[in-house]
Structure formats: C-alpha cells, structure tokens
Design a protein around this ligand. Structure first.
Ligand code: COA
Length: 257
C-alpha cells in the first residue's frame, strides 16, 4: 500500500483519495499499485456500488511522477512492466460506476483517468491538460480513442499536441464533465452523485455500463498505446523533456533527430 493513496468506504461508495498534495498528487508506481488494488476491490466487493476519485490539496493530479519516468527509463524498464498497467487494466475491467471530483490541475493521467470515469464533476476553474507530447511521450489510458470520441479529432489533437489546458467550464461544454461548479462545491456535488448511483439497481447499472463501454477493446488499446509510450519513454527526446522538467526550464527539441 502507499501512504499517498487513501481509501474509505461508506454507504456503498468507495472513496479513493490522492494524498500527495506537496507534489500536486503526482502519481508514483506505489500509488498506481494502490489505485489498482482499490479499483479491483471496487469491482469484486459486493458492498461497493460506486468508486469515487478525489484529491487532497489544490490539484487533482499532476499526472505521472516525472522522477519515476526518469528512474524507469534509465533502468530500461518497459512501460508494460509498470504498475500503471495493472491500474489501467482494473479501470478497463471496472463495470461499476466511477465518479471523479476534480479541483485544480488534472494533468496527463489526471485527465485521462476522467475519460474512464462515468460521471465527472469539475471546478469551473479547474485546468485539465494532456501534455504527453511536451514530454515527448504518447497518449495513454485509451485516451487516443476516448478523447477524440468525446471532442472530435481537432480539439483532441490540439490538447495532445500543444498540451495547453482547458478549464472546467470548457470541459463541461465539450462533454467530458457532467457538472462544472465552484471549487468549494465539487466534493459535495460528486458525493451526492455517487450516493444517488449507489442507490440504483446494481446489476442494471453494471449491465448498462458494460453495454456502453467495451472494456476488452479499451484494454487492447491501452496495451497498444503502452508500446508507443514505452518506446518514447526511453528516447533521447523524452530524456531531454524529463531533464528540462527537473531543471525547471523549457525542453529544447531542436537537436533531436
Ligand atoms: N512529477 C514529479 N513531481 C511533480 C510533478 C510530476 N508530474 N508535478 C509537480 N511536481 C512537483 C514539483 O517538482 C514541485 O516539487 P518541489 O516543491 O520539490 O520543487 C511540486 O510538485 C510542486 O509543483 P510546482 O510545479 O511548483 O507547482 P505549480 O503549481 O507551479 O505547477 C503543475 C503545477 C502541475 C502545472 C506543474 O507542477 C507541472 O506542470 N507538473 C508536471 C505535469 C506533467 O507534465 N505531468 C506528466 C504528464 S504525462
């Protein structure tokens, strides 16, 4: 287990909290393992009707921990060996509703996780981004399918290629959030939705979700994305991007062939 992921169950809702506020809830390998465990538990435990993701601090998540990327790339460990893939598989397999409560930044998997949720509540001033290309990486979590399916190719491409954030109001207007509310209302609104879902007929909900989301197809795509992600992760251009982040400077891709 990771100290940076907390779980709490009440009234059929399993709440999973990102608890690494000092690092903007950047997600480490230990955290992915704990997230996978919680998501698998949500699927298998009859007492859990709904999974709710939320975060401590002022950011939902700054995405994958970049220090972990550097360590994994220098060990030459392929992306598919990382605990993140156990978490992604558990998300693809999850046939119970997942809800997210998003305040502040949601970067990388902080955004692509939302595409794998069923109901998303964002703060109006939340900032959502998927700057994989800024880090010389590739989309993950089936976002190469789910984001263009929700936004259309051009908007999705811009989000990936330019890596600039959209705010919560835009996320609502573009169909990747159910509610955009003031930041202080996010948690209550998300819990109200989760509680409503937890009272619905559980098998009917599961069958509905399974009809709407093809988990096997999503998992197959996650693995394909993982190949592109993994080969990019050990590339010179990614190393330049990771080093630029740690040195708090802009990456220079001009010399990368
Ligand atoms: N991995 C590792 N550490 C991270 C991190 C990440 N993804 N995101 C933030 N942190 C750390 C910072 O290094 C900093 O640590 P320090 O206090 O030891 O210097 C701390 O969290 C606070 O971050 P900071 O950048 O000072 O906060 P900010 O409010 O100015 O900016 C973000 C917040 C999220 C915009 C910015 O941190 C950021 O761009 N992070 C990287 C996001 C990213 O590219 N994620 C990967 C996507 S695939």
């Amino acid at each position: 287990m990771s100290d940076h992921i907390k779980t709490e169950q009440a009234g059929g809702v399993l709440t999973v909290t990102f608890a690494r506020a000092d690092k903007k809830n950047a997600i480490t390998q230990d955290m992915y393992a704990a997230l996978a465990e919680a998501t698998e538990r949500a699927r298998n435990d009859d007492a859990v009707r709904v999974l709710l993701f939320r975060a401590e601090g002022d950011a939902f998540s700054a995405g994958n921990d970049i220090g972990d990327f550097i360590a994994l790339a220098s060990q030459g460990q392929g992306a598919m060996d990382m605990p993140v893939f156990r978490f992604l598989k558990s998300l693809a397999d999850l046939d119970k509703p997942a809800v997210a409560a998003v305040r502040g930044r949601a970067v990388g998997i902080g955004l692509t996780l939302l595409l794998n949720c069923d109901m998303v509540v964002v703060a109006e001033d939340a900032l959502l981004s998927a700057p994989f290309i800024n880090l010389a990486l590739a989309p993950e979590a089936a976002s190469s399918l789910l984001l263009p399916a929700a936004l259309g190719h051009q908007r999705a491409f811009e989000i990936f290629a330019l890596g600039e954030p959209i705010d919560g109001r835009t996320a609502l207007a573009w169909g990747i959030a159910n509610r955009a509310v003031s930041a202080d209302q996010v948690e209550t609104t998300a819990m109200e939705l989760a509680t409503k879902l937890a009272a619905r007929a559980p098998n009917s909900l599961r069958k509905t979700k399974r009809l709407m989301r093809d988990g096997e197809r999503l998992w197959a795509l996650m693995q394909k994305e993982g190949e592109a992600f993994g080969s990019q992760m050990t590339s010179p251009e990614a190393m330049e991007a990771f080093m630029a982040f740690t040195q708090k400077r802009a990456p220079d891709f001009s010399k990368v062939g």
